[in-house]
Design a protein around this ligand. Structure first.
Ligand SMILES: Cc1ncc(COP(=O)(O)O)c(C=O)c1O
Length: 386
């Protein structure tokens, strides 16, 4: 465990908790650097708040107000991302961000409509489109010397008169890109010219190494009528098991459409998840600062070792998140690279193919762990790939 950050790595027994997806999916000799959970203990303010709510006298677990207590804090936080002047009712809680993605597809498009997104992309974007008979129009990003970039020609070519919605991921999972002000402004122009709705998944906003996050909706006032922003605490505070999120818009009709499309099946966020989010927004800043320092150190460690020991691996260090998207297509086993690394290196990564049909030979590596585990995983990958 590193000297600077002794407190935050979860002990082995917690990592291997019987309900852990990340650590129990694969055999015990496999290092799991796949699903986007961190190996760090949650902020002490969160555990304290959960304990307090569960204690006698404060144990209120009945039906909750429709406008959750977290809204006022969230409103303040969103203002730091330039989302201002939200109307009353402009924040609706969700049991998670993925349900918000699905509700957006259902509420903002009709069966047979086209939805545009930039691939590679977090898999539920594609399943939300396909599962309900909408069609993905994929605009592949380009990966060159300048890192992952939007292919503007591909984006224009992907739009047809049947395209209704842009699904944006900002910061972007799996590449870790933080779209710049210039890129966001150009995307805004694209959206307005083609009269698209937008759902912007900004779940990774707090995990940027580039400074304060700028929300997509903030780059052009005309986007307010067309955009739903999705946010939540689970990537920032490592609380995915306490499902909660929010759909945010200046246009209440869009939020109503999401609600109508998912009436009866959406469910609601739990009392404990609200307590967690309130605690995180109120007192989680210092914990997050420590975690970000660890993530940056791990990212740079990964970058240094890949450049030195596997220089043929094409990789652009992420500008946000703890996910690295590695291009291993030059390897003879590119056709089954995830399975090869699982069996030969005993390292579990996400298969690139799940991020879009063009991404066989890529893997996504989650570096939100200790430097020791990361070093061990890199050593195993180097041995298996060399
Ligand atoms: C971009 C993005 N959206 C949504 C999610 C999942 O959100 P939730 O667990 O709140 O449904 C993830 C999880 O990694 C993600 O990376």
């Amino acid at each position: 465990m590193s000297a600077e950050l002794p407190a935050i790595l979860l002990p082995e027994a917690s990592l291997r908790h019987p309900e852990s997806t990340k650590w129990l999916k694969y055999p015990a000799d496999v290092l799991p650097l796949w699903v986007a959970d961190m190996d760090y203990a949650v902020a002490p303010v969160i555990t304290a708040a959960l304990r307090e709510r569960a204690s006698s006298g404060l144990g209120y677990f009945q039906y909750l107000q429709p406008e959750p207590g977290v809204s006022a804090l969230l409103r303040e936080k969103l203002a730091t991302q330039s989302i201002t002047e939200l109307p009353e009712g402009g924040i609706r809680s969700l049991p998670g961000v993925v349900p918000g993605l699905y509700a957006s597809v259902l509420g903002l498009t009709s069966p047979g409509d086209e939805v545009i997104s930039m691939t590679p992309i977090y898999p539920p974007f594609m399943s939300a489109i396909a599962d309900y008979g909408r069609h993905l129009r994929a605009a592949e990003l380009v990966h060159g010397e300048a890192g992952w970039q939007i292919d503007w020609e591909a984006l224009e070519a992907a739009v047809t008169p049947g395209t209704r919605l842009l699904m944006l991921c900002h910061p972007h999972n799996p590449t870790g890109r933080v779209w710049t002000q210039a890129e966001l402004a150009r995307l805004a122009e694209f959206v307005l010219r083609h009269r698209l709705w937008v759902v912007s998944d900004e779940l990774h906003a707090d995990l940027s190494f580039q400074g304060a996050h700028q929300a997509f909706v903030s780059v052009n006032p005309a986007l307010r009528e067309r955009t739903v922003t999705l946010t939540g605490p689970c990537k920032t505070y490592n609380t995915a098991g306490l499902g909660i999120g929010a759909a945010v818009s200046h246009n209440l009709e869009l939020l109503d459409r999401l609600a109508r499309a998912s009436v009866g099946v959406m469910g609601s966020a739990s009392a404990m998840s609200m307590t967690m989010w309130i605690a995180a927004l109120t007192g989680g800043a210092q914990w997050l600062e420590t975690v970000m320092a660890q993530l940056l150190a791990n990212r740079d460690l990964l970058t240094r070792r890949l450049r030195a020991e596997l220089p043929w691996v094409r990789y652009s260090p992420p500008e946000a998140t703890y996910l690295a998207f590695l291009d291993l297509r030059a390897h003879p086993r590119a056709a089954d690279i995830q399975a090869f690394l699982l069996s030969e290196a005993k390292v579990a990564l996400n298969d690139g193919l799940t991020f879009g049909p063009g991404y066989q030979g890529f893997v996504r590596l989650n570096f939100a762990t200790s430097p020791e585990i990361l070093n061990e995983a890199i050593a195993r990958l180097v041995t298996a790939l060399s």
